[in-house]
Design a protein around this ligand. Structure first.
Ligand SMILES: C[S@@+](CC[C@H](N)C(=O)[O-])C[C@H]1O[C@@H](n2cnc3c(N)ncnc32)[C@H](O)[C@@H]1O
Length: 123
């Protein structure tokens, strides 16, 4: 297994035309306050492999956000924009929410900050 800065590694792999069956992006919270929101959205968009020329084509991309200040709407938009920029079709294959440790309670919107999209990515 490679161990590296994810931003650099994904750029290097794309430049080397390496392909993947599955990529999991589960970064730390980029938006620790509302002030960080714009920068954080850029951080979520930058490494999305759906953006890179051939990475993840025909593969599965699992992409997550644990930033309290990034809404499900914002996160979905950033991932969708990344796919559009790359001229890729990203289809939702699953969207697990919450879990035993951090339940996503329907009547408590603040608990919906843990987000995960499972996407099937094709050209
Ligand atoms: C939300 S946690 C992921 C937890 C992981 N999914 C697990 O189940 O153990 C974010 C992780 O990203 C790592 N990380 C932070 N910046 C990184 C970077 N630039 N490249 C690669 N990993 C990074 C952190 O060390 C941390 O372990």
């Amino acid at each position: 297994m490679d161990r590296a800065n994810a931003f650099d590694l994904l750029r290097d792999y794309a430049a080397a035309n390496r392909h993947y069956d599955t990529i999991v992006l589960d970064p730390p919270a980029f938006a620790k306050s509302k002030r960080d929101l714009e920068k954080a959205l850029g951080g979520y968009k930058e490494p999305q492999p759906a953006r890179d020329e051939d990475a993840a084509a025909g593969g599965i991309l699992v992409t997550c956000s644990c930033s309290f200040h990034v809404s499900p709407h914002d996160f979905l938009k950033v991932v969708a924009d990344a796919a559009q920029d790359a001229h890729k079709i990203a289809a939702r294959a699953g969207e697990p929410r919450g879990g035993q440790g951090s339940p996503n309670m329907l009547n408590v919107p603040e608990t919906s900050y843990l987000q995960c999209l499972i996407l099937s990515v094709t050209n």
